[in-house]
Design a protein around this ligand. Structure first.
Ligand SMILES: Nc1ncnc2c1ncn2[C@@H]1O[C@H](COP(=O)(O)OP(=O)(O)OP(=O)(O)O)[C@@H](O)[C@H]1O
Ligand SMILES: [Mg+2]
Length: 266
């Protein structure tokens, strides 16, 4: 059920069907004069249309890795390729959703979603797109609400819609539901799966939560820390739609949990 990571990279650097490749990534931070290695020789790929969860203990470098892929941070060595092209800076091919996304507090839900497309589409076409994405995330009745009038889950729906409307090829999500209560979190997981089925993005999703990873992922990359590296890759062979109750789901939960070293337990 598990296998060691192997990546075949063609001479051009592109591997067939890969939306994302990370090759020999290392990241060292200078802290108080000392070098601290945060990521060590990370190599993996995510295929077109795949939903991959990155699971690992706090401090193992998950956010650092996402920032490197997003182009916010340069690795100390190694490279990232998106659709075969080297990442050197942020770009419209990648959309990022964080745990608590700062919406513009003075703009309504609809205006927040429209913001990134303003001036890039004629007014009517933009309005139609915003209406479509409001509907996709279930917020049509709340289009004119300000962020302070929305619940945490609704704000994350706006955050997802305003990224998705830009049609990134790769969606990078850093614990996007981590601040939500359990029930809202489950609703958001189901929403993400329906958006994924409808829009067909490639998704790299960071989580602390084994349940969330088993529910969402085609594959789980289990990380360990000190320095951060990928310990194991596991393909979650559970049919969709998945149910969190039931023995098969729990078997996967236990199997992934056993891959986390005791000192790396979440
Ligand atoms: N800019 C920075 N300068 C120095 N050290 C940093 C910097 N950013 C992150 N680190 C360190 O790198 C390590 C990994 O941090 P990172 O935020 O990537 O972890 P994480 O896996 O996302 O953790 P969490 O699950 O708690 O969000 C931590 O030890 C952190 O202190
Ligand atoms: Mg983090």
């Amino acid at each position: 059920m598990t296998r060691r990571l192997r990546l075949v990279v063609t001479p051009s650097g592109a591997s067939a069907g890969a939306a994302l490749q990370a090759v020999d990534l290392n990241c060292v931070f200078k802290t108080g004069g000392a070098d601290v290695k945060v990521l060590h020789d990370l190599t993996f790929e995510v295929k077109e249309g795949e939903l991959v969860c990155l699971l690992g203990p706090s401090g193992c470098g998950k956010s650092t890795l996402l920032k490197i892929i997003a182009g916010f941070l340069a690795p100390s060595s190694g490279r990232v390729l998106v659709q075969g092209r080297a990442v050197v800076k942020p770009g419209a091919d990648r959309g990022v959703v964080f745990q608590e996304d700062a919406l513009f507090p003075w703009l309504t839900a609809a205006e927040n979603i429209a913001f990134g497309l303003k001036g890039r589409l004629p007014g009517k076409a933009l309005a139609a797109e915003v209406t479509r994405y409001l509907e996709l995330v279930g917020l049509s009745p709340f289009r004119d609400y300000l962020p302070r009038q929305l619940s945490g889950g609704m704000k994350q729906r706006v955050a997802m819609a305003r990224v998705l409307i830009l049609k990134p090829q790769l969606l990078l999500m850093d614990e996007p539901f981590g601040a939500l209560d359990a029930q809202t979190r489950e609703e958001m997981q189901t929403l993400l799966l329906s958006l994924w089925a409808e829009l067909g993005h490639t998704i790299l999703f960071v989580t602390h939560d084994i349940n969330e990873a088993v529910f969402l992922a085609d594959r789980v990359l289990v990380m360990e820390k000190g320095p951060g590296r990928i310990r194991r890759e596991m393909r979650v062979a559970l049919p969709r739609p998945r149910r969190k109750e039931g023995e098969a789901f729990h078997r996967w939960y236990r199997q992934i949990r056993s891959e986390l070293r005791s000192e790396d337990r979440l």
